[in-house]
Design a protein around this ligand. Sequence first.
Ligand SMILES: [Mg+2]
Length: 394
Amino acid sequence: MGGQNSLKVLVVEDHSFQMEHITNCLSQIGVEQVLTATDGVKGLDCVAREQNSSTPIDLIICDLQMPNMDGIAFIRHLSINHYTGSLIILTAMDASLVSSVTQMIKEYKIKFIGSLHKPIDTKVLIEFIAEASEYTDTPLSPLLPEGVIESDLIDALLNNGLQSYFQPRFKFSDKSFAGIEALARLVLPSGRIVAPDCFLYLYDKLNKSAEFELQIYSQAFQLIKIWMQMGHPTQISINVGPSILADAHFYDDLLALVKRHGVPADLVTVEVTERTLIDNTAMAIEYLSRLRLNGFNLAIDDFGTGYSSFKQLELLPFNELKIDKSFMFGIEQDKQKQAIVKSTVELAKRLNLNTVAEGVETTEAWDMAKAYGCDLCQGYLTGAAKSKDSIRPQ
Ligand SMILES: [Mg+2]
């Protein structure tokens, strides 16, 4: 799978299994120029060699714990050597160490994409690589579903195949229903349902980002309108991506849409990710603050996958924090994940934020998040996303 991509990547990792996993991911998404090093010293040699070539390294994926020279020393040397590419770090260390390393990388003015906690979530890794690829203007080949070609997706997108699905959320305290999140799905003429990872890139490619996102919002508000008429006013969460947040009409369009459907703003939660905010800080502060003033709720989505900084939380009037599912997957056995989720919930509470645990798939994970004081649960355990005809108000 995958076409050509001119991104040049160096993976610095001493574990052969981990190395193989990462290089497999890279080849799957069409990255062909992959260099590897098993420790920091060899990594630096490689960086120096490539710096003198016509195509220096665009991205380094680096483990923090390695023999000879560890990742922290390696990063310092990268800065001394004026490395200009991006950086992703891999670690099994706890959150406090990761946040000090993150701070250090920023001080060194290295383009930091994010940190990945082991075991590595392939989806997040691919998102990170895609982001690094954007810096170099070498878009990655998309991950198309088996047996589907891009024109199938485009046809479906342009012919009403875009549908809002809805995932329910429940209170940990009493298991009561607490709203739904609208999630984009692409339904092909065959009836096959395609997840957003496979088609979101087409929004920008077709230059219809705002139009497509508004279609999803419109379907969501339409459902809430019907439920309100049935006597079930329900919280609805919508996702606002980077392109639409940067759209000059976004704010007015969203306001007009809720008005048209008669949905009160306080039933609507606007979710933005840390990454979306980084790309649009000034615009984001303006739009999101105005939405909050108008009564909308604001959630920070996928929390912990980006710059893991609470600074953004202080900057913007959020009232909800969604803990990324990668911290919930496997939390049952993973002391580090437990510590991350526990401390995130504690900090969120101090900032008066409602917390949502995403990716809750087992009763053990439910029990843990509940014990940490998390407010809402969203995940397969309590219900996958369903079409508008299959979901009922509760
Ligand atoms: Mg979301």
